[in-house]
Design a protein around this ligand. Structure first.
Ligand code: UDP
Length: 340
């Protein structure tokens, strides 16, 4: 069965393609390579022995999108990762984020409608919950105001899909709300490739350990948490990737009760920034150079998932621990020194 993956050379996209190929899907990968490297395709091939069909096109180019979808209208589904994802960049350049993330989604939905591709899986984010008032966060936790234009594009994206599905109930949709994806494939052949300054904690940790960055700053240790630092739900990227294969199969098997279903993808366990650093130090045998700094604007104090729904409906269970994730992130950082 053929599946189209947009953003397939990106961080979660590339790990998901590996999982799909390992489960015998045929993959058509689309990416404009604006925030990723073509190298990911080599890594995917080395791991799986298989090669996805690749198109370097921009999803904001409606005609190009339509052409690729026409060629692959026999696809059983599409997994739509492609989007810009830096929170600070979205604050500085909101229009870039709205133009890119919304137009690309609309073009993809238009194409799947034109060519009657039945199943659609969308990359959403726990950032749609904003500052959630109850923890853990369930799929029915009230959506608050978005904390950034990036998060707002995910809220709008979800709304667009709901309205699309009301008008066109032929299409079956799943929204996957990721918590904090971390780590890399255990082979160290693919992983996240931060093109400029990293945006997230784990690449900051590994780049500090390897000496690309001088020092890590922990953004605040005066929060009302067990050690004063923020709490997040760090989940191994390979576990996230596998959830996409399961979600797609769930739609193919017509197990969904409604035309749009939502799932949180997190471990269900909150981990503080200081605990994450300690886990890294333990598995890598590195002493991390870090200081405690002021709070970062816009950070929520604590957020972690209730993952019951994905466990029961998709039969999705995490295979990797935080230590596994930290070790794989470290191995990938070392590997990148050789590669780039
Ligand atoms: N964080 C930090 N120092 C850094 C980067 C991140 O202390 O250099 C903290 C940040 O304040 C947050 C956690 O690490 O509490 C996760 O941040 P990240 O940006 O990875 O994810 P998000 O804030 O989107 O959950």
């Amino acid at each position: 069965m053929k599946v189209i993956v947009t953003g397939g050379t990106g961080y979660i996209g590339s790990h998901t393609i590996v999982d799909l190929l390992n489960h015998n899907f045929e993959v058509v990968c689309i990416d404009n390579l604006s925030r990723s490297k073509k190298y990911a395709l080599e890594g995917i091939e080395q791991i799986t022995g298989k090669k996805p069909i690749f198109y370097q096109i921009d999803l904001c180019d409606k005609e190009a999108v339509s052409k690729v979808f026409q060629e692959h209208k026999d696809a059983i589904g599409i997994i739509h990762f492609a989007a810009l994802k830096s929170v600070p960049e979205s604050v500085e350049q909101p229009l870039l984020y709205y133009a890119n993330n919304i137009n690309s989604l609309v073009n993809v939905l238009q194409a799947i409608h034109t060519y009657q591709i039945p199943n659609f899986v969308f990359s959403s984010s726990c950032s749609v919950y904003g500052n959630a008032d109850t923890l853990p966060v369930t799929e029915t936790t009230t959506i608050q105001t978005a904390e950034s234009p990036y998060a707002h594009t995910k809220q709008i994206g979800e709304d667009i899909i709901y309205n699309f599905s009301k008008a066109h109930p032929f299409h079956q949709n799943i929204l996957l709300r990721y918590f904090n994806p971390v780590g890399a494939h255990p082979s160290a052949l693919i992983g996240e490739i931060p093109l400029e300054k990293p945006n997230n904690l784990v690449p900051y940790i590994t780049q500090t350990a390897i000496g690309k960055l001088q020092q890590l700053t922990v953004f605040g240790n005066d929060y009302n948490t067990r050690d004063g630092s923020n709490i997040r739900d760090y989940i191994h990227v390979c576990d996230i990737a596998h959830a996409h294969t399961l979600a797609l199969q769930y739609l193919i098997d017509k197990k969904n009760a409604t035309t749009v279903e939502v799932f949180n993808l997190g471990t269900g366990k909150g981990v503080s920034v200081l605990e994450a650093i300690a886990a890294f130090e333990k598995v890598s045998n590195q002493k991390l150079n870090y200081i405690i700094g002021p709070r970062r604007a816009g950070d929520v104090v604590a957020v972690y998932a209730d993952k019951t729904k994905a466990s029961t409906h998709l039969d999705w269970h995490c295979q990797y621990t935080l230590e596994d994730a930290m070790l794989s992130a470290w191995k990938w950082e070392l590997k990148m020194q050789e590669l780039f």
